[in-house]
Ligand binder design. Sequence first.
Ligand SMILES: [Fe+2]
Ligand SMILES: [Fe+2]
Length: 137
Amino acid sequence: MALVEWSDKLSVGVISVDEQHTVLFSLINDLHAAMMKGQARAIVGELLNRLLAYTRNHFSQEEAMLEKVRYPGLPAHRLLHRDLTQKVEDYVARHAKGDLTLSMQLADFLSDWLKTHILNTDQTYGRWLKEQGLKVN
Ligand SMILES: [Fe+2]
Ligand SMILES: [Fe+2]
């Protein structure tokens, strides 16, 4: 069973962002499934690295989009992204050093973080874009 499921309630009204969030959800689900199956450390490490790379990529694309439209909430939003990236980097480093108990916690933590961040932070810019009459895809 998937750990996190996408639903329309999570849409931010920007197609490319929704697509990226869906990919993040499926990467988190892959990580969770690999842990549940007790997959080898190398496989889990590979998934963690893929997740970290995609997370960084998504955050920078989201920030670039918000910079383009001069979104006033960008500095605070950027800090939240930075904080999460740091946490995932720490997890990846600990896993690489042999701490194998972390990935399950990470999958739970990330799915909660992502849902909360989308609902409270990403959807806030979604509403702002709408109020400004800005159409971003
Ligand atoms: Fe965000
Ligand atoms: Fe996002």
